[in-house]
Design a protein. Structure first.
Length: 258
């Protein structure tokens, strides 16, 4: 892999749960707020054999737990552009869940602003379109106790973590930083990107209900959308229906790239 910087080489940004160096397509995956690359551990074996999954490993989690998480869009996207340009050596698609989908879209916009690199598909799960206002009250500036009390609406953190004050002292800075990004998105006025996209929504999602995800059609190229059973976290491992749809989308991309 090409190095992004001496302080933080590319290997620290990307995790390959199942290396497939001869695969024809890369899938770069961005997790939801508070999530890490292990979210995608079980996915790799379920995807087409011609797809290699790269899980994006952001500061503040996984093996980078001691690093300060990003809470500023400009700084984060500056680095992510460098990561993607250094990493992609073949056709690629971007997948993101919730905050991760926001990152995938913003990254695509910036790659289109001069870099000769672009994804073949945007796969956007549990994320309202950028012209839809925040649908729940913002919590990233609340005092610690009130912030923690409201986290369960937007995070899949297990209840036992919320009940453990020591654990919450570790988790809270990451969640506050991630929600600062999510609740201040988009950082600049949204613009269309000429990339085919597919949106996935949970039928009972109150963070990004299906009507809000269908409005992505205004900001992308050819567009498709699916509504699945479940809430904001319908992409959890074990949901075969979602992974089957994702695999079908990736097979379509493989056909396109030849």
């Amino acid at each position: 892999m090409t190095q992004v910087s001496e302080e933080c080489p590319l290997e620290r940004w990307l995790w390959r749960p199942l290396p497939r160096p001869d695969a024809r397509l890369l899938l770069l995956c961005f997790p939801c707020a508070g999530g890490g690359p292990s979210t995608f551990y079980r996915w790799a074996e379920e995807l087409p054999a011609e797809v290699e999954l790269l899980a994006v490993r952001l500061p503040g989690r996984h093996t980078r737990i001691s690093e300060r998480p990003y809470d500023n869009w400009a700084e984060l996207l500056h680095r992510l552009v460098q990561v993607v340009i250094a990493a992609v050596d073949r056709p690629f698609a971007l997948f993101g869940h919730s905050l991760g989908a926001m990152m995938a879209y913003e990254l695509t916009r910036r790659l289109g602003d001069g870099a000769d690199v672009a994804p073949h598909r945007l796969l956007l799960a549990g994320c309202r379109a950028p012209d839809v206002p925040l649908l729940l009250p913002a919590i990233h500036r609340l005092p610690d106790e009130e912030f923690t009390r409201n986290l369960s609406l937007v995070a899949s953190t297990p209840p036992e973590v919320f009940a453990d004050q020591r654990m919450m002292r570790l988790v809270r800075p990451l969640m506050r930083a991630d929600l600062t990004l999510a609740e201040t998105w988009p950082p600049v006025a949204p613009t269309p990107v000429p990339v085919a996209a597919t949106a996935f929504a949970g039928r009972n999602d109150i963070v990004a209900p299906p009507w809000s995800t269908r409005r992505w059609s205004r900001f992308v190229g050819p567009f498709a959308s699916y509504v699945l059973a479940g809430d904001h976290f319908f992409v959890r491992p074990g949901d075969g229906c979602f992974l089957e749809l994702l695999a079908a989308e990736l097979n379509a991309v493989l056909t396109e790239v030849g």
